[in-house]
Ligand binder design. Structure first.
Ligand code: DUC
Ligand code: ZN
Ligand code: ZN
Ligand code: ZN
Length: 464
């Protein structure tokens, strides 16, 4: 079965041009201007933009956190509707079990046969034993070429100290495994949280006040120094502060293989959202915390100068009811904000249409770089012959507001409610199969497939 998408504006990381794409089965067979080919089906895409399917390297589905579990892979149709065809999930190691073993068990229970988009995984170290560190070298063969550690969350089972981070870095570098860290100073946070509670300050706003920028900046600088000590590449997830961006920039200038992502919510929301009435602020409790307008501006700029290499969603779907766990104590609000389905349209509207990034930069940050970072770029992130036919036909003419009614996130709210949206995914193909048509999800549960990542992702590129 051959499908020809005709006359769309094809956007790559380099340029854009009017052209055609021929899909044969699950792959892209040809891309070019005025393709003279036979096809079983022709889709006219005049006036539409053609983008590679999004790769979201940072999402949490069926994720157990602070005693609560987020909405699971049965809600990944929201990803498809928002133009993301591959998601990468974090899986907390089970105590006493291996990294590969934990991920395989998680896959069977929560993902295989359920996910509506393609998927891969980042194992999270929670049990810092010599066996666990030795297991890192087994990750690439199993298709998981990254490993994550949480420097934040003191007292939680998934918290890691500097010794664990350093051991992971030392083990990972020869195996081509990218170490990712959530960089916040756990002790400083605890100190400030205790003080806030002792003073009777229990509202969601105190989540942000007890996790000020210095907490992230310090831990980012420290993580980079641990990587320097270990002689290993490092990837910092959800970078939100000027200081953390500058630490990455400075490391890059020194020639160190240091990389980082930011997330949609840090580009669009500020910490005043946490002050919303009737506990609405709890929906914006995520970590790191939301910052100020000036930090948002700095993050947009850092996308322009290349100091940040990807924009993820850190999608984390807790319901209003689950958020209420922390009604009397902000420390008990499960951390996380949903937004996977909004990533592309919000970057388009508030990035491209606002003149803050180009369409080519958008493609790079939402698809091409995340694919490379995670060793998926042999199949994902490019509109080129031989690649998976994960394709978005974006209609730039739609103007609307984000509403819960249009959302597939499975929750009782959307964090982006009322935001202006320009354009929408008119059609999305997952490995050649249409999963969105005329702006509506038409796919099926279980259509997603596991994609094996390969070792030596982007973070290793400056190594030799
Ligand atoms: N931060 C969040 O907001 N949610 C999940 C985990 C994390 O680190
Ligand atoms: Zn995190
Ligand atoms: Zn996260
Ligand atoms: Zn249509």
């Amino acid at each position: 079965m051959k499908t020809l998408i005709k006359n769309g504006i094809i956007v790559t990381t380099e340029n854009e041009y009017k052209g055609d794409i021929l899909i044969e089965g699950t792959k892209i067979e040809a891309v070019g201007r005025n393709l003279r080919v036979e096809a079983d089906k022709i889709i006219e895409a005049e006036g539409m933009y053609i983008l590679p399917g999004g790769v979201d390297q940072h999402a949490h589905f069926s994720f157990e956190f602070m005693g609560e579990r987020t909405k699971g892979f049965e809600t990944t149709n929201a990803a498809a509707l928002g133009g993301t065809t591959t998601v990468i999930e974090f899986v907390n190691q089970e105590q006493g079990k291996g990294l590969v073993e934990t991920v395989e068990a998680y896959r069977k229970e929560w993902v295989d046969g359920i996910s509506m988009v393609d998927y891969s995984f980042h194992p999270v170290i929670t049990d810092p034993t010599p066996e666990t560190f030795k297991d890192i070298k087994n990750l690439p063969e199993a298709g998981y070429p990254t490993v994550k550690l949480f420097m934040a969350y003191k007292g939680q089972f998934f918290h890691s100290d500097d010794e664990a981070v350093t051991n992971a870095l030392l083990e990972a570098k020869d195996a081509g495994v990218t170490v990712m860290v959530h960089a916040e100073n756990a002790d400083l946070i605890e100190l400030m949280q205790k003080k806030a509670i002792a003073d009777g300050n229990t509202d969601p706003y105190y989540h942000a006040l007890t996790r000020p920028p210095i907490v992230e900046t310090e831990a980012t600088e420290r993580a980079i120094n641990l990587a320097r000590f270990a002689g290993a590449p490092i990837y910092i997830v959800h970078v939100t502060t000027e200081g953390a961006v500058n630490a990455i920039k400075k490391a890059k200038e020194e020639g160190l293989p240091v990389y980082g992502e930011t997330c949609t919510q840090y580009l669009l929301f500020d910490k005043e959202y946490l002050a919303k009435e009737d506990f609405e602020g709890s929906k914006y409790v995520c970590s790191p915390a939301l910052r100020d307008k000036k930090d948002q501006d700095y993050l947009w700029k850092s996308l322009r100068d290349g100091s940040i290499n990807a924009v993820s969603s850190d999608h984390c779907g807790f319901t209003t009811e689950q958020k209420k766990m922390g009604i009397d104590d902000f420390r008990k609000i499960p951390n996380g904000t949903p937004g996977l389905e909004n990533r592309l349209p919000m970057l388009w509207t508030h990035g491209v249409e606002a003149g803050k990034i180009t369409r080519s930069e958008l493609v790079d940050y939402y698809s091409t770089m995340p694919a490379k970072n995670n060793g998926l770029d042999h199949r994902k992130g490019h509109l080129a012959p031989g690649y998976d036919a994960d394709i978005v036909i974006y209609n730039p003419n739609v103007k609307k507001k984000v509403t819960l009614e249009d959302s597939l996130n499975g929750l009782d709210y959307t964090a982006y409610e009322g935001f202006d949206q320009i354009g929408e995914c008119d059609a999305v193909f997952l490995r050649g199969t249409p999963v969105v048509k005329d702006g509506k999800y038409i796919g099926e549960k279980g259509q997603g497939a596991f994609i094996k990542g390969t070792a030596f992702g982007t973070a290793f590129s400056r190594r030799n």
